[in-house]
Design a protein around this ligand. Structure first.
Ligand SMILES: Nc1nc2c(ncn2[C@@H]2O[C@H](COP(=O)(O)OP(=O)(O)OP(=O)(O)O)[C@@H](O)[C@H]2O)c(=O)[nH]1
Length: 630
C-alpha cells in the first residue's frame, strides 16, 4: 500500500514537472515571440512615421515658399495661377506616392491644386484635417484617417497650417498620400510564411496588410479590443487573438504610431511561434511516460518481491499456527480419549489392534496392553465377523456386534469406523470409537417381546371382531345375509337406483308346505333343506344381487339393474331348478315366488309389501308359481 502511494506520488510529481516544464517553455516562447513582434512593430511604426515626415518636409517647403499674397486666386492672373499649379505639381512629383497637393484658405476652401483639371471650388470644412486644425489651433500638422479620395483611390491626407494671424493662420496645405505606399513598405518586411503585419487607422480601417488579401484595404475591423486600445493610454498591447481578416489564431502586438492616427498590428500564427513548444510536448510527454513506465516496472518488481516475502511470512505463520493447533488438538484428543466413556482404538488394515484406550479394561475386563497386536476375531462374536470384515473396507461405517467380556459372556457394542489416510492419501489404518449398548439391546429385546405379544393379541381381537361383524350381518344357519343387513342394502340400492335411473327389482320366495317337511322329517332335515336351497339360489345369482333370509323359510333377492321381466325370468328359473333339486331325506320341495319392480314413488316398505303381495298371490294360485306385481 505504501509503495503504491509512493508510486502515485511519483506519477503526480512527474506529471507536475512535465506540466511545469511545458508551462515554462510556453511562457518563454510567448515572451520571446512577443518581444520579437514588438520590435518588428516598432520598426514598422518608425518607417511609417518616417514616410509622413518626408511628406511633411514637402508640406513645409510649400507652406514656406508659397507667397501669402498669391493665395487668393481672384487677385492673381491666369498665367500666374498656371505657374503656381505647375510649381505645386513639380513639388508633388518629388514624392512618388503623393497623388495630390493643394492649398486651402482659412475657411477650408481649396484655392490651388497640383492639377489644372481640378481647379474647381471645393469646400473641405467637413474633412477631418480641417476639423482638427480648427479644433486644435496649437498644432501645425495633422494626418487624417484613410478616405476614398476624389481621385478614386484610398488615400491619407496630411495637412500643414500656413502661419498667419487668425486661428486658422493663412490656411493650410494638404498632400494626399496613396495608401499603396504602405503596402509597398510592408512588402519589404520579412514576416515569414505565417506572419502578419496590418496597418490600421483610427477608424479601424485596414490601410495596408501583408500578406495582402483581396478587398481587405478599406475594410473596417469590428473589434472592441482594438477600439479600446486606440482610446486607451498604452502604446503597446500583446495578446493572443483570432484574426478577423483570415480567422487564424495568432499571437499579436498592437502598437500606436506616435503622433499619427495609425496603429501597427504585427502577428504570428500559433503554429509558428508554438512549433518548438508542440515538439517539446511530445518529447516531454514521452519522457514522462518512459519514467512512469520504468517506475511501474520497478513497482511491479518490488511488489513481486513483497508478495513473495509476504507469502513466505504467511506460510511460516500458518505453519506455526497449525503446529500450535495440532499440539492443542493432540492434548484435547488425549484427554478426550483417556476420559471418554467410549473405547477408542486403532486397527491396522488387517484388523489387528494397534492402540486401545485405557477404559477397555473397565468395560471389557482385559488390560489394553494384552489387546494390542491381537486380531479382532479374538474378541468379536463369530456371527458378527462378516459385518466387521466388510466394515474394514469402507471409508466410514458403523456396526453393532457382540464382544467377549474377560469374565465370560457377551456385551453388545456399537463401533464407528473411519479409514485413516497417510500423507499420500493412502489407507494406513482404521480408527474406531465404540460404545457399550448392552442395556439398549436388552431394552430392545424386551420391547420386541412386548410388541410380539401385543400383535398376537391384536390379531385375535381382529378375528373376534370379524366373527362378531359376520354374526351381525349374516344368517347363522344358511350363511345368507340376514334381514337387518338386507334392509340396509335395500335402502342404499334404492337411493343409487333413483340417482342413476337404473331399474331395481325384488324377488321374495317361500318354501311351500315347509311345516309338513318339518313335521314329517324333523327339524334338522328342514334346516338342511334351508341350507341347500340357499346354496342353489346363491349359485344362480349375479355378483351384484343380494340374497337374504327374510325369516323362517322365506327369502328375498334384490336385483340392481334388473327390470320386472328379467326378475320374473330369474324367478322362473329358480323355481324350476328348485323343483328339480332333490334334497337328502326330504326329496324335492317347491317354492312360490313374488316379484316387484321398484317404482319411483316407492318406499322400502311399499315395495316389499308389493313383492309380499305377489308371493301371496303365487301361494293363492296353488303354489310352485311366480307372480308379478309390477
Ligand atoms: N326346520 C326349520 N323349520 C323352520 C325354521 N323356521 C321356521 N320353520 C318352520 O316353517 C314352518 C312354516 O309353516 P307355515 O308358516 O305354516 O307355512 P307352510 O307350512 O310352509 O305353508 P305354506 O307356506 O302356506 O305353504 C313352521 O313349521 C316353522 O316351524 C327353521 O329354521 N328350521
Amino acid at each position: 500500500m505504501r509503495s503504491l502511494l509512493l508510486f502515485l506520488a511519483f506519477c503526480l510529481l512527474v506529471v507536475m514537472m512535465a506540466v511545469w516544464e511545458l508551462k515554462r517553455l510556453h511562457e518563454n516562447a510567448y515572451a520571446r515571440t512577443a518581444l520579437r513582434l514588438q520590435n518588428d512593430a516598432l520598426l514598422v511604426s518608425e518607417w511609417v512615421k518616417g514616410a509622413f515626415q518626408t511628406s511633411d518636409y514637402l508640406l513645409r517647403d510649400v507652406v514656406t515658399n508659397f507667397p501669402q499674397s498669391e493665395l487668393d486666386p481672384e487677385r492673381v492672373s491666369a498665367e500666374q495661377r498656371a505657374r503656381w499649379v505647375n510649381w505645386l505639381d513639380a513639388k508633388r512629383q518629388t514624392l512618388p506616392h503623393a497623388h495630390s497637393l493643394g492649398l486651402f484658405s482659412p475657411a477650408c476652401i481649396r484655392r490651388y491644386t497640383h492639377d489644372a483639371r481640378f481647379q474647381s471650388y471645393f469646400d473641405a470644412s467637413e474633412r477631418d484635417y480641417c476639423v482638427k486644425l480648427r479644433q486644435y489651433p496649437a498644432i501645425e500638422s495633422v494626418v487624417s484617417p484613410m478616405v476614398m479620395s476624389n481621385f478614386g483611390r484610398y488615400a491619407v491626407a496630411q495637412a500643414r497650417r500656413i502661419p498667419g494671424p487668425g486661428p486658422m493662420g493663412n490656411g493650410f496645405a494638404v498632400i494626399g498620400l496613396d495608401t499603396t505606399m504602405f503596402s509597398a513598405l510592408l512588402d519589404r518586411i520579412d514576416t515569414g510564411p505565417h506572419g502578419v503585419i496590418t496597418l490600421i487607422d483610427s477608424q479601424l480601417q485596414v490601410v495596408a496588410r501583408k500578406p495582402a488579401l483581396a478587398g481587405v484595404v478599406g475594410k473596417s475591423i469590428d473589434s472592441p479590443m482594438i477600439r479600446a486600445f486606440i482610446e486607451g493610454n498604452v502604446d503597446v498591447s500583446v495578446g493572443r487573438r483570432v484574426s478577423q481578416l483570415d480567422g487564424q489564431p495568432q499571437l499579436g502586438v498592437l502598437r500606436k504610431v506616435e503622433g499619427l492616427p495609425l496603429i501597427v498590428y504585427q502577428g504570428e500564427h500559433d503554429r509558428v511561434w508554438l512549433r518548438d513548444w508542440y515538439a517539446r510536448i511530445w518529447k516531454i510527454g514521452l519522457a514522462a511516460l518512459l519514467l512512469l513506465g520504468i517506475a511501474a516496472l520497478l513497482l511491479r518488481g518490488h511488489w513481486a518481491q513483497l508478495d513473495l516475502a509476504t507469502r513466505l511470512e504467511q506460510d511460516i505463520a500458518q505453519r506455526q499456527r497449525l503446529e500450535d493447533e495440532l499440539k492443542i488438538s493432540e492434548k484435547k484428543f488425549r484427554t478426550f480419549v483417556e476420559q471418554a466413556n467410549d473405547i477408542i482404538y486403532t486397527l491396522d488394515l488387517q484388523g489387528c489392534f494397534q492402540y486401545v484406550s485405557p477404559n477397555w479394561r473397565d468395560q471389557l475386563g482385559t488390560d489394553p496392553a494384552a489387546v494390542i497386536g491381537q486380531h479382532y476375531t479374538r474378541f468379536v462374536h463369530p456371527d458378527d465377523w462378516p459385518a466387521w470384515h466388510s466394515s474394514l473396507r469402507e471409508k466410514t461405517s458403523s456396526l453393532e456386534y457382540r464382544i467377549r467380556h474377560a469374565e465370560g459372556g457377551w456385551c453388545w457394542h456399537t463401533s464407528s469406523l473411519t479409514l485413516l489416510l497417510d500423507e499420500q492419501q493412502c489407507p494406513s489404518g482404521i480408527l474406531g470409537v465404540t460404545r457399550d449398548i448392552s442395556r439398549r439391546k436388552a431394552n430392545e429385546l424386551a420391547l420386541r417381546q412386548a410388541r410380539d405379544a401385543a400383535e398376537a393379541a391384536n390379531r385375535e381381537l381382529q378375528i373376534a371382531n370379524a366373527q362378531l361383524s359376520n354374526l351381525a350381518t349374516t344368517d347363522t344357519l344358511t350363511g345368507a345375509w340376514n334381514r337387518r343387513y338386507f334392509e340396509q342394502e335395500l335402502q342404499r340400492e334404492l337411493t343409487q337406483s333413483r340417482r342413476y335411473g337404473e331399474p331395481l327389482s325384488l324377488l321374495m320366495f317361500d318354501i311351500d308346505h315347509f311345516k309338513d317337511v318339518n313335521d314329517r322329517y324333523g327339524h334338522p332335515a328342514g334346516d338342511a333343506v334351508l341350507v341347500g336351497l340357499t346354496r342353489l339360489v346363491q349359485c344362480n345369482l349375479r355378483a351384484a344381487d343380494t340374497l337374504a333370509r327374510w325369516g323362517g323359510e322365506e327369502f328375498v333377492v334384490m336385483m340392481p339393474h334388473c327390470d320386472a321381466d328379467e326378475a320374473v325370468r330369474l324367478a322362473e328359473k329358480l323355481r324350476v331348478l328348485l323343483a328339480e333339486q332333490p334334497f337328502e331325506t326330504v326329496g324335492q320341495v317347491t317354492a312360490s315366488f313374488g316379484v316387484a319392480q321398484c317404482r319411483p314413488d316407492d318406499s322400502p316398505q311399499s315395495w316389499i309389501k308389493r313383492a309380499d303381495l305377489a308371493l301371496y298371490q303365487a301361494k293363492a294360485d296353488g303354489r310352485n308359481a311366480v307372480r308379478l306385481i309390477a
